[in-house]
Design a protein around this ligand. Structure first.
Ligand code: IFM
Length: 471
């Protein structure tokens, strides 16, 4: 069965600065935590770094021309804070801001709406040296940086996302250590949670102050769809614990203005949350115009006695240190296939469940899919093309799942495929390819995959055709 989406539904593609730009030493850019982390032996597969990436910094006009050919309504990209404020505070690097100003102008000339993410994980290294996200000052510096970028670009950009996936920044960066800066301190991770929420609020205030009613304020979360292994009370409680630390640690302060009582109780042995100061939660609770949702797969958990050896098939890069602070008695079970090359199970029902659940908990809150997509081991065929039927099927089934959630009442305003281009996939380096457009890292040639042509047709017509046959 085919399905049509309204004309106003925004179809786009997403990327992030460190994953595509390269040019890490150019035009005054300062070092970020990902430059440091990826230069540390053993942290990123095969020692890959973002030094060159997809060379987007030099190829930006051609990349925007390609987006125009794809017919995108919108392009979600992030700003590299160390390009704009190389030290994370103080002087502004004009050349960095100018790059993004040119990008915005190119997009507008191509009739593509810019959607800016202020922070997608490339923290200026000097801020990490001063304490990183566990330190309150980082949130304050983020608020100042936000004011700078909204002041420079807000005359042309109305959609602003403060943070991308703060769960990853806090728990992969400071608890499991598989992401930069690679610290393994559970108390620091919870302090980071709070300062990310505070930073979101301070940045949101900057957007509101500069743009008033014109601004569209957003936060993007990677919400986890977690299911119990059985209906035993202990397994249901395992789901509750993961939901608290994975989802409600951000949703509740930002949308309801407090921390969930059960999260505070579950983590009481790690911290007393004394870093939360009077007034912080009112700042975090600045109000969102749209919630960004990143969705890829589902997870299944069960209770185990603390100390029992447990499988941790949670879809995040393996570490001796768990990101699941306050949930030592929870086991993540391997998920049945099919899987993508990330090892993530393919389950579009999770997309529908997530969106309908959000719209029930927060009626009237507009939602936007800010990331969804799949990595597969693509190959260039003898005909020079990249035939990626599994990605086409994945995208089809997930867009269909978004439509089902809309049928059930979810107010979904758009869909950004992850990703426009193959790129630096964090701890996995360049080994995982998420792009609908292939990047040949030897020549930097862009090669449209079949999924790019398929997506162009979807964007052009707003009509999702019947499920493609998989070969
Ligand atoms: O590549 C990442 C992106 O940076 C954040 N969301 C998940 C993607 C795939 O892992």
């Amino acid at each position: 069965m085919s399905r049509s989406f309204d004309r106003g539904f925004l179809w786009g593609a997403a990327t992030a600065s460190y994953q595509i730009e390269g040019a890490v030493d150019e035009d005054g850019r300062g070092p970020s935590i990902w430059d440091t982390f990826s230069a540390t032996p053993g942290k990123v597969a095969d020692g890959h770094t973002g030094a060159v990436a997809a060379d987007h910094y030099h190829r930006m006009p051609a990349d925007v021309a390609m987006m125009r050919e794809l017919g995108l309504d919108a392009y979600r990209f992030s700003l590299a804070w160390p390009r704009i404020q190389p030290a994370g505070s103080g002087p502004v690097e004009r050349r960095g801001l100018d790059f993004y100003s040119r990008l915005v102008d190119e997009l507008l000339a191509a009739e593509i709406e810019p959607i800016i993410t202020m922070y997608h994980w490339d923290l200026p290294q000097p801020l990490e040296d001063a304490g990183g996200w566990p330190a309150r000052e980082t949130a304050e510096r983020f608020g100042e940086y936000a004011a700078i970028v909204v002041d420079a670009l807000g005359d042309r950009v109305r959609r602003w996302t403060t943070l991308n996936e703060p769960w990853c920044s806090a728990f992969l960066g400071y608890a499991s250590g598989v992401h930069a800066p690679g610290r393994t301190d559970p108390a620091a991770a919870l302090s980071a949670v709070h300062h990310l929420n505070l930073g979101h609020g301070l940045a949101g205030q900057a957007v509101r102050a500069a743009l008033g009613e014109q601004g569209m304020l957003s936060l993007t979360l990677n919400l986890h769809v977690v299911r119990p292994d059985s209906d035993r009370p202990e397994d249901l409680d395992a789901v509750r614990r993961i939901d608290a630390v994975a989802n409600r640690s951000f949703l509740v302060p930002v949308l309801e203005g407090h921390y969930p009582e059960d999260l505070l109780a579950d983590t009481a042995r790690v911290t007393d949350w004394g870093f939360v100061q009077d007034g912080d939660l009112a700042v975090a609770h600045t109000g969102l115009d749209v919630l960004g949702v990143n969705y890829y797969s589902t997870q299944r958990v069960r209770h185990v006695a603390p100390g029992t050896p447990r499988s941790m098939a949670d879809g995040h890069a393996a570490s001796a240190h768990s990101p699941w602070v306050g949930a030592d008695d929870v086991e993540f079970l391997p998920m049945p296939g099919p899987h993508t090359s990330m090892g993530w199970n393919i389950d579009p029902t999770g997309m529908t469940e997530l969106l309908t659940g959000l719209s029930q908990r927060y009626p009237g809150l507009p939602l936007m899919i800010t990331e969804n997509g799949a990595a597969f081991e693509d190959e260039v065929s003898a005909d020079g093309a990249v035939h990626d039927p599994r990605r086409v099927a994945y995208l089809h089934d997930h867009v269909e799942a978004v439509g089902l959630a809309m049928d059930a009442g979810a107010d979904v305003r758009g869909y950004m495929v992850w990703s426009l281009l193959d790129n630096f996939e964090w701890a996995y380096g360049y080994h995982k390819r998420f792009g609908i457009v292939r990047v040949d890292y030897d020549t930097q040639a862009r090669i449209w995959k079949d999924s790019a042509s398929w997506y162009r047709d979807l964007v052009r017509t707003g009509r999702l055709p019947a499920a493609p046959a998989q070969t």
